[in-house]
Design a binder for this molecule. Structure first.
Ligand code: 5RP
Length: 357
């Protein structure tokens, strides 16, 4: 009993001594480090910091905060460095885009399939110059069911914001210029503000070039040039669309010149028309070419047009009327998709169309 009392007594005294010593050390540090002092009439309060195990205690302005410090004990040493294995080089699948930045490439990859390098864009921007022409009277009824089968949607911001559900998650090539309509002189256009394209999270901006048309050539080239400046600043690819000048021959010489002008002025994609000698147009254009469909053709001819264009080097199609004015638009876009991505012949594509229609 006596022994226990003695032990208890000794322990308590020792504990008290140790505790008092620590308290005095802490108080001393506290007063030395952060003695309250007044400067220009402002009372500065003490600051003190100490750690126990993985907890860091800070007293600032009479408030105590406790922080858990990084646990360095369990930091695992890296062991799998693949020594002797060369790092993987990436070849980018879009023509002329190898030297572009990550944002540009990411957007281009949303448009052009990394598996095939190709794209099926669905164009339904016609209303901005033609109004509610056949097939786009009701975009919600006629176009939305087709969107699932397209790799990319090409439309104006008005249609995008009012009708296309943002949950679709399809890349958008935004019609980004506007001006005159079919009722007056076409293509006297201005470029829209790129901030709106960024807000709409578009994957590319498209604008028209009137090559060979004295009234609007300079203005539309200047629009493209400016768009390319802005696009490269924000990582948004630009698509130049070659509108055929009134007096221009629709031949390889004209489309070759117009496509090349687009690329030289900074377009990352060119949309033009298929023609005889199309390989030369493609060969001389350092960025991918997609073809417009033009006016409505019988389905087998439209599929043949797609096939020939792809066979001669096009990276895809950006078609409108030949899809949404078809007797079966859903079947048509699937048949085009198979010709572009799976290499179906026009005959096979047409069979597919008939099966699905
Ligand atoms: C016009 C366009 C249109 O979107 C495009 O020409 C439409 O495609 P299609 O000719 O196949 O109807 O860019 O400037």
């Amino acid at each position: 009993m006596r022994r226990c009392f003695l032990e208890y007594y000794v322990c308590s005294v020792w504990g008290f001594v140790v505790f008092s010593y620590q308290l005095s050390v802490i108080s001393y540090q506290f007063s030395v480090i952060s003695f309250p002092f007044s400067r220009r009439g402002v009372l500065h309060t003490p600051n003190y910091q100490f750690s126990i195990f993985n907890f860091q205690f800070s007293i600032t302005n009479y408030q105590l905060s406790i922080r858990i410090m990084a646990d360095l004990d369990d930091l695992r040493e890296g062991a799998n460095f693949g020594l002797g294995v060369a790092s993987r080089e990436q070849n980018f699948h879009v023509k002329g885009a190898g030297n572009l930045g990550w944002g540009m490439k990411d957007r281009l990859s949303r448009i052009f399939s990394p598996q095939t390098g190709r794209t099926v864009m669905l164009a339904f921007d016609h209303g901005f110059i033609m109004g509610p022409t056949s097939g786009v009277e009701r975009v919600d009824l006629n176009i939305l069911p087709l969107a699932t089968y397209a790799d990319c949607l090409m439309c104006t911001r008005g249609i995008l914001q009012t009708i296309i559900p943002p949950v679709f998650n399809k890349p958008v090539c935004l019609r980004s210029d506007a001006g005159t309509t079919i009722l007056t002189q076409l293509n006297d256009n201005v470029l829209m503000d790129i901030e709106d394209a960024i807000r709409l999270n578009v994957s590319a901006m498209a604008l028209m070039l009137s090559i060979g048309e004295p009234e609007n050539e300079a203005k539309t080239v200047a629009n493209l040039f400016k768009a390319a400046d802005l696009g490269s600043r924000y990582g948004i690819p630009i698509m130049g669309v070659t509108a055929v000048g009134k007096d221009m021959a629709r031949d390889a010489r004209y489309f070759g010149l117009a496509s090349r002008v687009c690329a030289e002025n900074g377009a990352n994609i060119v949309k033009t028309y298929y023609c005889d000698g199309f390989e030369k147009v493609v060969a001389a254009c350092p960025v991918p070419i997609v073809i417009a469909g033009g006016k409505k053709l019988p389905e087998n001819e439209a599929l043949e047009l797609c096939y020939n264009a792809i066979n001669e080097g096009a990276a895809g199609v950006d078609m409108g009327r030949n899809v949404f004015q078809s007797s079966s638009p859903t079947a048509m876009i699937q048949a085009i998709h198979a010709v572009v991505h799976e290499g179906l012949t026009p005959q096979q594509g047409y069979e597919l169309f008939n099966d699905l229609a």
